[in-house]
Ligand binder design. Structure first.
Ligand SMILES: C[S@@+](CC[C@H](N)C(=O)[O-])C[C@H]1O[C@@H](n2cnc3c(N)ncnc32)[C@H](O)[C@@H]1O
Length: 404
C-alpha cells in the first residue's frame, strides 16, 4: 500500500509535518485549507510556502477554497485521510426527497469528511477534535460522537478513539484532544483486529494503546449503536469514556489512565531577552493581575435573576516547572487564558513570543514567520501538538507494512 495522505482542514500543516518527521516515505497528495470570511488566507499561504500547492485530478488548484465547494471525486487518491475539525451540531434529518437520504446542518464540516470517505474510500482515516466532542450536546450527551460512529460503521469502518493529554506523552502543553482512528474492515489490519477482544485492543494491541500506552483501565461498558444515522441523531445518548472501540455497530468504552512520560516544562521552551513589545508594562499590569485573580461578581440574568459569578485564581505568571496550559486562538490577547511568563534573561513578566507558541505545539521555530504576530498565535491556537501525530505515524508505519 502506498503511503499517501489527504489533509483536510490543514491549517498550517500540523498533520503533514508530523508524518514528514517520520521520514518513512509518506507523501501528501492533496490538502484543503480555507478560513471562512478571511480576506487574507494566512494559513493557506503558510502551508503553500512550506510545501507548495497541490493540483487535483483535473489538474486544477482548489486547495484554498471552501471544501464544501470541492467536487470530492476530483481529490487525488490517498490511503490515509487526516484532519482536525470542529465540534459542531451533527444532528441529521431525512431528506425530503428520499427517506433513505440524510441531511445534516449546513456548514458542518463532518459531512465534508464523510463525503470524501464516500467518494475516495481511503483504507485509513485519522481525525482530531476537542475533548468536548464525546459529551456533546449537553441535552443529549454523546449524540454527536454517536452520529460520527454510526456514519463510519455504515461506511464499513471500525473505529478507535482516545482523549490524549499531550503533556502525559512528553509535550510542553496540557492539551486534551480526541483522536479518532478509523480503518476499513476489509484491510489486513481490520481483519486482524476483528480477531482480537475489545479488552486486548483497548489495553495493548490497538492503534491508540500502541501510540499512547496506558497505566490502567476501568471496566469496559458496551452498547449497540447500529448504523441508522437518523435514529442515532434522534435518540442516542451515551457516556463515552476517554478510550473506546467500535466494531460492527457495537461500542466498547472504558476510562483509561494515561502513562506518565516525563513532560517538557514551560521553562524549557522559553526564549531569552525577547523584544520589548512582548513585556507587560505600566497600567496593563493591573489589568492582567485582575484578569488572573480570583473574583466574585454580582450579576443578573436576562430574566432578572441575581447570582454571583465567581472564579478562582490562575497562576500569574505561569510557572516554569509545569507544562503550559492549553493554548487557544486568543493567545497573547488581554485574556485570562493567555500565558504570561517571567523572561529567563530579564526576569520581567511578558507574553509568549510567536516562536514559543510554535514550540508549545511542537512546530519548528518560525514555522509561521511572515504573518502578523496576531495570526501566528491564532494559527498555533488552531493547530495540534505535532509530536502526537508522529507517535501515531510510527504505529501506522507498522500497520501499512502489512497491507497489500
Ligand atoms: C482546527 S483547525 C486545524 C489546524 C491544523 N490541524 C493545523 O495543524 O494547523 C481547522 C482548520 O479548518 C479550516 N476550515 C474551516 N472551515 C473550512 C472549510 N469550509 N473548508 C476548508 N477549510 C476550512 C480553518 O481555517 C482551520 O484552519
Amino acid at each position: 500500500m502506498e503511503k499517501t495522505i489527504c489533509e483536510l482542514f490543514a491549517g498550517v500543516g500540523g498533520f503533514r509535518l508530523g508524518f514528514d518527521r517520520l521520514d518513512s516515505g509518506w507523501r501528501t497528495t492533496w490538502f484543503s485549507q480555507w478560513e471562512p470570511g478571511a480576506a487574507t488566507q494566512w494559513a493557506h499561504q503558510c502551508y503553500v510556502q512550506h510545501y507548495g500547492d497541490s493540483p487535483d485530478l483535473n489538474n486544477e488548484y482548489h486547495t484554498g477554497e471552501d471544501i464544501a465547494s470541492v467536487e470530492k471525486s476530483s481529490i487525488p487518491d490517498h490511503s490515509l485521510l487526516v484532519g482536525g475539525f470542529p465540534c459542531q451540531d451533527y444532528s441529521v434529518a431525512h431528506t425530503l426527497a428520499s427517506a433513505h437520504g440524510i441531511e445534516g446542518k449546513k456548514g458542518v464540516l463532518w459531512w465534508q469528511i464523510r463525503d470524501v470517505l464516500i467518494a475516495k474510500q481511503p483504507p485509513f482515516c485519522l481525525l482530531e477534535n476537542v475533548d468536548r466532542l464525546l459529551k456533546s450536546p449537553a441535552k443529549q450527551r454523546g449524540r454527536d460522537f454517536g452520529v460520527i460512529l454510526a456514519c463510519l460503521s455504515a461506511l464499513g469502518y471500525s473505529v478507535e478513539w482516545r482523549v490524549v493529554n499531550a503533556a502525559q506523552y512528553g509535550a510542553a502543553q496540557r492539551r486534551r484532544r480526541t483522536f479518532i482512528f478509523a480503518y476499513r474492515n476489509d484491510t489486513h489490519y481490520g481483519k486482524e483486529m476483528a480477531g482480537r477482544s475489545f479488552d486486548e485492543i483497548l489495553r495493548e494491541d490497538g492503534f491508540m494503546a500502541r501510540a499512547f500506552p496506558i497505566q490502567g483501565m476501568e471496566p469496559v461498558r458496551q452498547k449497540d449503536i447500529g448504523s441508522d444515522i437518523v435514529a442515532v441523531s434522534d435518540t442516542f445518548a451515551f457516556t463515552f469514556e476517554n478510550a473506546g472501540y467500535m466494531h460492527g455497530g457495537t461500542i466498547y468504552t472504558a476510562k483509561v489512565v494515561e502513562a506518565e512520560e516525563p513532560a517538557t516544562m514551560l521553562g524549557a521552551v522559553l526564549q531569552h531577552n525577547v523584544d520589548e513589545k512582548y513585556y507587560i508594562t505600566g497600567d496593563k499590569m493591573a489589568k492582567w493581575v485582575y484578569l488572573k485573580g480570583a473574583k466574585k461578581i454580582p450579576r443578573r440574568t436576562k430574566e432578572g435573576h441575581e447570582y454571583v459569578f465567581s472564579e478562582g485564581p490562575i497562576a500569574f505568571p505561569d510557572p516554569w516547572d509545569r507544562p503550559g496550559r492549553t493554548m487557544l486562538t486568543s493567545e497573547s490577547t488581554l485574556n485570562r487564558s493567555t500565558h504570561t511568563v517571567v523572561d529567563p534573561g530579564t526576569g520581567r513578566i511578558r507574553l509568549l513570543t510567536p516562536v514559543e507558541a510554535e514550540r508549545l505545539q511542537g512546530f519548528d521555530d518560525d514555522w509561521t514567520a511572515g504573518m502578523p504576530d496576531r495570526m501566528r498565535y491564532f494559527c498555533m491556537g488552531n493547530a495540534l501538538v505535532v509530536p502526537m501525530i508522529t507517535r501515531m505515524g510510527h504505529v501506522l508505519d507498522d500497520i501499512i507494512a502489512d497491507e497489500e
